[in-house]
Design a binder for this molecule. Structure first.
Ligand SMILES: [Zn+2]
Length: 451
């Protein structure tokens, strides 16, 4: 009996070992096959790039839903020939190419290139379908009578590593986009070479609980009532509007977060702060809702939409135009910082830059490096845009903390909507009676912008 038991045990043990080895062999084989497939794809993708053709990426940013890229190509790699064009190529695994025009110029020893001067332009990440993409440069040259094309790989010379982006919810579907920098090693006649490349991986995913599409910021709140007129407070009206705006956007499938849900004073930079929430939840869009006010009563009223400089103004213009046509209000008569009817781009003046720096020095702060006449003046636009909008630590107010996202190269696109004047009888009546029209105007601008 005893011996039989021992034999059975041994047989069972041997069986388990054999099964485990089989499983390991299958896994190993699968890894090898995957690895081979990966190498084959890269071999295909990189077959157009000669080993020395390397350009350098100095910065990449994602503002709203656009990826923008800038960098340089050393002149010695492309000298002595006429450059006809330089393009950015987005290539998928099947070698399908999508080309983007680059702005480029010769500066010293390098060709400097940039996808767009506008921070909300470039590669629209919302439009990418599920695939694995690679980014290259394509240089078209005229040599005598012939046109020659050279492909360049891109080395990451920026201080930013990989990043992730979640697309806006559309028909209950989201995609995760992983931007990463990898290395392709290969050999030619036993000499090893390596090419660095940017990879964009797009795949459908379930949106994580803490990721949102849009953040709505109800201006002011708590001990800060904002503008007041005739017993009404700006903070109450902006909260009511923000809640309704959230509800309407949610019926269309968007996932929306409010910076505040009740009459409370909220922090600027702390956890769930006014400026930080948009970054925390990886929002693509931040709308800060305000009511305007003038020193003397303003019978005319009107709308003012504020956004960052160096942006494409289409969405800002759409907010202004839709509000005017849906509600019967007008464009604000204010012409300070106005760039289009109803659209305003307010940056620091020379004098304000000087004053802010002096004030910071008086308080013992280090003067702001990123502060210039290109810096957006309004807090919500500046501080929710990371490096794209020159976010900086606001030393004018001792109680404000530091913006932890000051160096972020990925940030939501921010708009401040002065939807009407609280001290215009015309506007305030309209705002209180005609709320649905204002909400529809804003929502329809968002929907058509992201179609
Ligand atoms: Zn306000």
């Amino acid at each position: 009996m005893e011996t039989n038991k021992v034999v059975i045990k041994k047989v069972v043990l041997a069986c388990i070992i054999v099964i485990l080895m089989l499983i390991l062999a299958v896994i190993y084989n699968r890894i090898l096959t995957n690895r081979k497939e990966e190498v084959d794809v890269l071999q295909q993708v990189f077959s157009n790039i000669e080993k020395e053709n390397t350009a350098y990426l100095t910065l990449y940013t994602i503002y709203g839903n656009h990826l923008n890229i800038s960098g340089y190509i050393p002149l010695n790699l492309i000298s002595d020939v006429n450059i006809k064009d330089i393009k950015l190529v987005l290539q998928d695994e099947n070698k399908n190419e999508k080309e983007y025009n680059l702005k480029y110029s010769l500066e010293g020893e390098n060709y400097i290139f940039k996808l767009s001067e506008n921070i909300n332009e470039g590669i629209n990440l919302e439009k990418l379908t599920d695939d694995n993409y690679f980014i290259f440069l394509k240089i078209i040259q005229n040599v005598e009578e012939n046109e020659i094309v050279k492909y360049f790989s891109l080395n990451n010379a920026s201080e930013y590593e990989e990043n992730e982006y979640y697309t806006l919810t559309s028909n209950m579907i989201n995609r995760k986009i992983d931007i990463s920098f990898n290395n392709y090693q290969y050999e030619i006649k036993e000499t090893p070479y390596s090419l660095e490349y940017i990879q964009i991986k797009v795949a459908q995913t379930e949106l994580p609980n803490d990721v949102y599409d849009i953040v709505i910021d109800a201006g002011h709140g708590g001990r800060d009532p904002g503008a007041m007129y005739d017993g009404k407070e700006e903070a109450d009206i902006t909260l009511d509007y923000s809640i309704k705006l959230k509800e309407k956007l949610e019926t269309l499938g968007y996932k929306v977060k409010l910076t505040r849900e009740k009459d409370e004073y909220i922090d600027s930079y702390g956890e769930h702060g006014r400026a930080t929430t948009g970054y925390e939840v990886k929002a693509k869009l931040v709308l800060s809702i305000h009511l305007n006010s003038t020193v003397i009563e303003n019978p005319q009223g009107g709308v003012e939409i504020y956004t960052s400089n160096n942006t494409n103004l289409d969405l800002a213009k759409s907010f202004a135009d839709n509000i005017v046509s849906y509600t019967g209000t007008g464009y604000s008569p204010n012409n300070i910082a106005r760039v289009l009817d109803g659209v305003y781009v307010r940056t620091y003046t020379e004098q304000e830059v000087q004053e802010a720096i002096e004030y910071a020095e008086d308080l013992g702060y280090t003067p702001y490096e990123s502060l210039s006449t290109q810096t957006p003046y309004l807090f919500m636009i500046r501080e929710t845009g990371g490096i794209m909008t020159h976010a900086y630590i606001d030393g004018r107010n001792k109680t404000l903390d530091n913006n932890p996202y000051i160096d972020s190269n990925i940030a939501p696109e921010a708009y401040l909507l002065e939807i009407g004047f609280i001290n215009s009888q015309n506007d305030i009546n309209n705002l209180l009676k005609n709320q649905e029209s204002y909400i529809n105007a804003i929502v329809n601008s968002i929907v058509s912008n992201y179609q």
